[in-house]
Design a protein around this ligand. Structure first.
Ligand SMILES: [Zn+2]
Length: 210
C-alpha cells in the first residue's frame, strides 16, 4: 500500500531535530554577530587613532586637552565643534561602539590632560596636554576605551581616571576594545585591567610616567 504524507510521529521527530539544530546554531550565529560588532568597533578606534595622529602632526606631537580650547564650555572632542571632528572622515557613528550607541568612547584623563573637573596624575598638568614623547611605555598606556553601557553621558565626556574601573565596559564578551597610546588596538577582558590590591585600574596602564 502506498503511504500518503507523514505520520504524526515522523513529523514530531523532524520538528524535534530542527529544534535541536536551531538551539545549536543560534548561539553560533549570535556569537558571530557579536564578533562582527567588536571588529566594527575596532575599526572605529583605528579611524579615531588616525585623526589623533593627524592632530599631533599639526601640533608638533602634542595631544589636545579634553576640551579645546581649555574650559571652553561643553566643547568635547567628538562634538561638531570638537577638536577631532575636522580630522574624522566619517559621520557621528564613528564615535560610538555598535554595541553601545548611546555613549561615545572615552579618554584616559591622565593622558589628555586636565579640564576643570578631572583628576590629574602625578607630575604637573598644566593648561597644555602632554607631548607624546613624554609618555612612557606607550604600548601599555590606554589612550581611549569604552565606557559601560549603564553610564550617563555626562560621566563619559570628561574621560576616566584610574579610580574609574567600574565605569569601564564589558559588552564585548566581558571585555572592551582599547586604543593604546602607541596606536595599536586590542580587545581586553575588563578584569585584566583591574589591580586586585586597590580595586582600581592598574596605574601602569594610566599614568604617563610609569
Ligand atoms: Zn565596542
Amino acid at each position: 500500500m502506498k503511504r500518503k504524507g507523514f505520520t504524526l510521529i515522523e513529523l514530531l521527530v523532524v520538528i524535534a531535530i530542527i529544534a535541536v539544530l536551531v538551539s545549536i546554531l543560534f548561539p553560533v550565529f549570535s556569537k558571530a554577530k557579536g564578533s562582527a560588532r567588536r571588529a566594527a568597533c575596532q575599526s572605529n578606534l583605528r579611524q579615531i587613532n588616525m585623526a589623533i595622529m593627524m592632530y599631533q602632526h599639526d601640533w608638533d606631537g602634542y595631544m589636545f586637552t579634553n576640551r579645546t580650547p581649555l574650559n571652553s564650555g561643553a566643547n568635547y572632542w567628538y562634538m561638531p565643534t570638537g577638536v577631532l571632528t575636522p580630522y574624522l572622515m566619517k559621520g557621528t557613528t564613528i564615535k560610538t561602539c555598535p554595541d553601545n550607541t548611546a555613549l561615545t568612547y572615552f579618554f584616559n584623563q591622565h593622558i589628555i590632560a586636565c579640564n576643570d573637573t578631572c583628576t590629574p596624575g602625578p607630575g604637573t598638568l598644566s593648561t597644555r596636554a602632554y607631548n607624546l614623547e613624554d609618555i612612557k611605555n606607550p604600548s601599555r598606556k590606554i589612550m581611549l576605551t569604552e565606557p559601560d553601557t549603564s553610564l550617563a553621558g555626562s560621566w563619559v565626556n570628561g574621560g576616566f581616571n584610574y579610580t574609574h574601573y567600574t565605569r569601564l565596559g564589558s559588552h564585548h564578551f566581558g571585555g572592551i576594545n582599547v586604543l593604546w597610546v602607541d596606536g595599536h588596538i586590542s580587545w581586553v577582558h575588563r578584569e585584566s585591567l583591574r589591580d586586585p590590591s586597590t580595586g582600581y585600574i592598574y596605574l601602569a596602564y594610566m599614568y604617563y610616567n610609569l
